[in-house]
Design a protein around this ligand. Structure first.
Ligand SMILES: Nc1nc2c(c(=O)[nH]1)N[C@H]1C(S)=C(S)[C@@H](COP(=O)(O)O)O[C@H]1N2
Ligand SMILES: [Mo]
Length: 434
């Protein structure tokens, strides 16, 4: 679906001021920002003239806790950030459920494994890697079965990619149901994935030239299964066992999952046990009854695989309170399942004017990208939002734009609309989708 393209007819307002292009401008801008910050005491407080103001803390006066002989580290007891189950669509049982990443607290682009969002259709199975097998069969010359150690003997690749559930934002199309960005956008995480390109395994099995599709099947109680085109499988699908430097967490598919970069999370089948090669999609439950999109003509679109370009402001965001009028760095994430992020525009006046934000390196393919924008809040009510542009020229649409090409009836999947936050005169930040 192409709504607006930068290189084609684009009816949206152009950015009112271009982004700083040279590093010098960015540095000067930041210096300015900090100086202005100090003037209104948004930064540190001036240290008193007497050296006595710098007291020696207790931690300086004695040795700290000794190391344990063997331990898996945990965060500081003062760090209480958690992934939370949905508080909008609350399930009575915990088997088919969601938990969301607290995006407003994430530093950098990598989501820590303990805060990675979860989506399970039948809970988290307990799988012994020594007993786990992956079978590759169907339209191949030689069906194969792999143990985990077989797979880990292959050369591996490690890639940074985002993962987003197509249900991300489904409660917030036309109604501000979610209070925080964790609830509105937290079915989104990003990590470094290690594993074997599926194309290598397919080559070894010898795929029939007439084969065009394959299925991935999970070893969970849901027996979750999806059809994936051969073209994508050969392009960049990974068979993954590593997540951010360690083995996958049980919640993410330990010991093995499919990872389909840039596509709806549902096709990245966890606890992967079977790949069957065929010449047509299988039309599984997740391809007919679920994960389809209603269209204006009353038909339903199947296989909306690509997660189209999207962005959201995480600071300030829902549930926060502004420290007061003055400088504030607007921050957020942008991502696209179709390539890299080329630009992010920010509006602070309800979408009338847009200015280009700074993108923070690294800017990677199908990966979360951070953007930053220096703003000075004057203390009056405001509405802020961001809009991503990706390397294909696609511009993130508004919900009104999406409504022209799809039927937005109820809890619809694939919400990549522009997402506004309102700021009241008292500094309260709220979900402003309407
Ligand atoms: N076997 C299996 N794979 C699965 C699922 C599942 O329930 N069972 N859920 C899917 C859905 S809907 C999503 S969004 C992603 C979520 O991956 P995560 O829990 O690692 O974030 O896994 C997908 N793979
Ligand atoms: Mo999902």
């Amino acid at each position: 679906m192409t709504l607006k393209r930068r290189d084609g007819p684009d009816t949206s307002a152009p950015p009112t001021s271009p982004a700083p292009t040279s590093t010098d401008t960015v540095v000067a801008q930041r210096r300015n920002f900090l100086r202005r910050g100090a003037a209104v005491a948004a930064g540190g407080v001036a240290l008193g003239a007497s050296a006595q103001t710098l007291e020696i803390p207790k931690s300086n006066l004695a040795a700290g806790r000794p190391m344990e002989a063997k331990a898996y580290g945990t965060p500081s007891r003062y760090y209480t950030v958690t992934r939370n189950r949905t508080d909008v669509l609350v399930n009575r049982q915990n088997f088919s459920d969601w938990s969301m990443t607290p995006l407003q607290h994430q530093h950098g682009i990598v989501t820590p494994n303990g805060l990675f969002f979860e989506r399970h259709h039948a809970g988290v199975p307990d799988i012994n890697p020594d007993e786990h097998r992956l079978v590759l069969h169907g339209m191949v010359r030689q069906p194969l079965v792999f143990t985990m150690s077989d797979l880990m003997r292959y050369p591996s690749v490690s890639k940074f990619y985002f993962l987003e559930c197509s249900g991300n934002g489904l409660t917030d199309w036309t109604r501000a149901a979610s209070t925080t960005v964790q609830q509105s956008h937290g079915l989104l995480s990003c990590g470094q994935w290690t594993g074997v390109p599926l194309s290598w395994l397919l080559e070894e099995a010898g795929v029939d030239p007439k084969a065009t599709w394959m299925l991935f099947e999970g070893a969970d109680g849901a027996g979750h299964t999806r059809s994936v085109p051969m073209k994508k499988a050969l392009a960049d699908v990974l068979i993954v066992y590593g997540q951010n430097g360690e083995m996958l967490r049980p919640e993410q598919g330990y010991p093995l999952r499919a990872f389909v970069p840039g596509w709806e999370g549902n096709v990245s089948v966890k606890w992967l046990r079977r790949i069957k090669v065929g010449d047509a999609p299988w039309n599984f439950r997740s391809e007919t009854a679920r994960y389809t999109d209603p269209m204006p003509d009353g038909k339903w679109r199947q296989f909306s695989f690509e997660m189209e370009a999207k962005s959201v402001i995480t600071n300030p965001s829902g549930g926060m309170r502004m420290a007061g009028p003055g400088p504030v760095e607007i921050q957020g994430f942008a991502w696209s399942g179709n390539g890299t992020i080329r630009a992010v525009d920010v509006s602070v006046d309800g979408g009338r004017n847009w200015q280009e934000a700074r993108l923070e390196e690294p800017v990677l393919d199908k990966c979360l990208t951070r953007f930053r924008f220096n703003w000075r809040w004057d203390g009056s009510p405001a509405q802020i939002a961001s809009r991503a542009v990706d390397s294909t020229g696609y511009v993130q649409p508004t919900v009104a734009d999406i409504a022209k090409v799809r039927a937005l009836t109820g809890f619809v999947q694939h919400h990549n609309g522009v997402f506004p936050w309102s700021i009241s005169a008292s500094g309260e930040v709220k979900n402003a989708i309407a």
